[in-house]
Ligand binder design. Structure first.
Ligand SMILES: [Zn+2]
Length: 154
């Protein structure tokens, strides 16, 4: 019987959430395509995706925590309820059940990190859960603001 395993995707998500893709983003994509020493020690597939509205990039397997940016309380339940509302057309906002502060969904602190983004470079089935130092500094110089999200798929 073949061994079934999860694969890991590395998503380089452009921030802030509503931003359109920028020139540096396309440059980065081309550099990854042409590189002989690719990020994450290698990958199986590479693509760039863009959306009219932000989508949530997150790891949905193996559990995650979401913390309030004001009081650090665990707001995972409020967060997933707010994400459901947002997907039905509601605002991208939520309230903390502990300190009652109100904040944008992207201000909540995900552990592991998540991102709301309209543009991402997806490296599918990566070898390592790290871009590597060289690629981190390339991202830093080409992109103004971004977040790396790893997600298990399969
Ligand atoms: Zn709070």
């Amino acid at each position: 019987m073949p061994l079934i395993r999860n694969t890991l995707d590395c998503c380089i998500c452009l921030l802030p959430a509503d931003k359109e893709k920028e020139i540096g983003f396309e440059r980065l994509f081309q550099e990854i395509q042409l590189s002989k020493t690719p990020p994450c020690g290698g990958y199986v597939r590479l693509r760039m995706e863009t959306f009219e509205k932000p989508i949530l990039y997150a790891n949905h397997q193996g559990g995650y925590r979401v913390c309030c940016p004001n009081c650090s309380a665990n707001v995972a339940r409020e967060f997933s309820r707010a994400v459901e509302d947002w997907r039905k057309g509601g605002k991208r906002k939520m309230n903390c059940g502990a300190c009652h502060s109100s904040f944008l969904l992207e201000e909540a602190i995900g552990k592991p990190p998540f991102a709301f983004s309209r543009a991402a470079i997806i490296l599918s089935d990566v070898h390592h859960a790290s871009l590597g130092e060289e690629w981190i500094s390339r991202c830093d110089s080409l992109l103004k603001e971004y977040r790396i999200v790893y997600r298990r798929v399969g």
